[in-house]
Design a protein around this ligand. Structure first.
Ligand SMILES: C[S@@+](CC[C@H](N)C(=O)[O-])C[C@H]1O[C@@H](n2cnc3c(N)ncnc32)[C@H](O)[C@@H]1O
Length: 208
């Protein structure tokens, strides 16, 4: 039997990046092109990012998550599909944004359902603060977006307050259903789970 030299094994692309954020190369070196870069912070199992990478082959996508137990699904699924425009890195997103992302290089930060840390004494662990928004803003390209979603009303209020505390003059702030949701397959796992449970979901979009 003739064997196709491009078996699924030989076409397999390694989508897991093993850099330390402090020595992360420029995105153009990581992806081998200078296409726009979108980053998902807390990508979990990667459902949203993989669907988006398949839909937009001329955009590069980077998924960041702290927990390998979830991210391994994202890596396996993207490798199975031989996607070359999506990569994953297991690290703290705060470190990656601070040290790994260069100034004005990111077109969208997607941050969907970040851990709400509901207990008051844990609020300081929440990702979205005025200081973090300032760092994200600095890494955004002109006209770039930060897309936020949460089901947690108290965290949503904190996000709104963080926008004020950031002291940044955003060119546009909108609180409406995220545009990506008009595209099939673009819901995240938590979005599906929480909307099926009938929870109210809150969205915020910040434009540089
Ligand atoms: C509630 S889940 C949401 C997952 C996904 N965004 C979704 O909507 O289905 C939050 C995710 O953020 C990740 N996470 C929490 N803190 C993080 C951090 N500092 N850096 C990177 N990922 C983080 C968690 O491991 C988890 O996968």
């Amino acid at each position: 039997m003739n064997q196709d030299p491009m078996t699924s094994e030989s076409k397999r692309v390694d989508t897991l990046l093993r850099y330390d954020p402090r020595s992360f190369p420029p995105f153009a070196d990581v992806f081998g092109n200078d296409h726009p870069v979108e980053i998902e912070i807390g990508c979990g199992k990667g459902k949203f990012l993989i669907a988006r990478a398949m839909q937009y082959p001329d955009v590069n996508f980077l998924g960041i998550d702290l927990v390998w137990k979830w991210m391994r699904y994202a890596v396996e699924r993207s490798q199975k599909r031989s996607l070359t425009n999506v990569k994953f890195i297991k690290t703290d997103a705060r470190e990656m944004v601070r040290y790994g992302a260069q100034s004005a290089t990111v077109s969208v930060f997607h941050i969907y359902f970040p851990d709400p840390w509901p207990k008051r004494r844990h609020h300081k662990r929440r990702l979205i603060t005025g200081a973090f928004l300032r760092e994200l803003h600095e890494r955004l390209a002109p006209g770039g977006l930060i897309e936020l979603a949460t089901d947690h009303i108290d965290y949503f209020r904190q996000m709104q307050a963080a926008v004020v505390h950031s002291g940044i003059s955003w060119s546009r702030i909108t609180e409406r259903l995220n545009n990506r949701l008009f595209e099939a397959e673009a819901e995240t796992n938590y979005e599906l789970k929480y909307s099926a449970a009938g929870r109210t979901l809150h969205y915020l979009e910040l434009c540089k």
